[in-house]
Design a protein around this ligand. Sequence first.
Ligand code: AKG
Length: 275
Amino acid sequence: MSYLSSNQLKQYKDHGFVSPINIFSKEKAKEIREEIELIENKVPGELEKSGRYNAHLISPLLDEVTHNSKILDAVESLIGRNILVCGTTLFIKNPNEIGYVSYHQDAKYIGLEPHNWVTAWVAITDSNEKNGCMRMWSGSHKDNLKEHDEMFNEGNLLTRGQTVKDVPKEKTTPLILNAGQMSLHHPTIVHGSDLNKSDDRRIGFVIQSYIGTNVKQILGKNGVQVARGVDEFNYHEKIDRPKSLLNENDLKIKKIENDNLQDIFYKGSSKKGTY
Ligand SMILES: O=C(O)CCC(=O)C(=O)O
């Protein structure tokens, strides 16, 4: 049985994404935002730059999101019943800051093979054209991996500013989400996002990614958690779920995981970017 409808499955197959999908209430999203902002206030810098990865390891509410049964039902429809959480990223764009994401394919630099995985972008605030929602180049997931230039440009939220050239921006689809909704996107779809021109933050919590247990990390190593089913391959080290908010040991685990991730993201690059 598939939890996504046949229309949603067709959307994913034809376009490379499914959106929007209702996950939790606006009130729940506000509670999660408050936990993120509490972490930012209590431990300044903890969620900045490379710290924005794997916040689910120190925040019980973000951990709850990664194991949310509605999200996992949708993910199961695309990658099967045995599901691992392989990492998360907070994509936060503050008002009046330069922050955008150049057009790229996740599969180009994330090291996860085969492509039996999917990325869930969960809106913690509303995400729309004014505040720089994601934009998808529909159907581009059907092509091979494309050349990416490394631009290292200021304000680019990607580590190396990986950029696919000649994307027809006027043809890209904005993924407009209310807080509490999510989109799912394919490993090879070309996507990016513009500046936040609103007067509030845009916060996306991205499970990047949910992987099938048959998926290997070919560029380094990632710790994982079993989200559903059984891991019959055991390719990855297992990491614990957080014991409490900002638990000292969990903070150390997050740091180790994020150092490993930086190694993956900078593999083969001669230069280090800002993130
Ligand atoms: O949040 C954004 O604007 C971009 C996120 C992204 O590139 C991704 O989730 O793969």
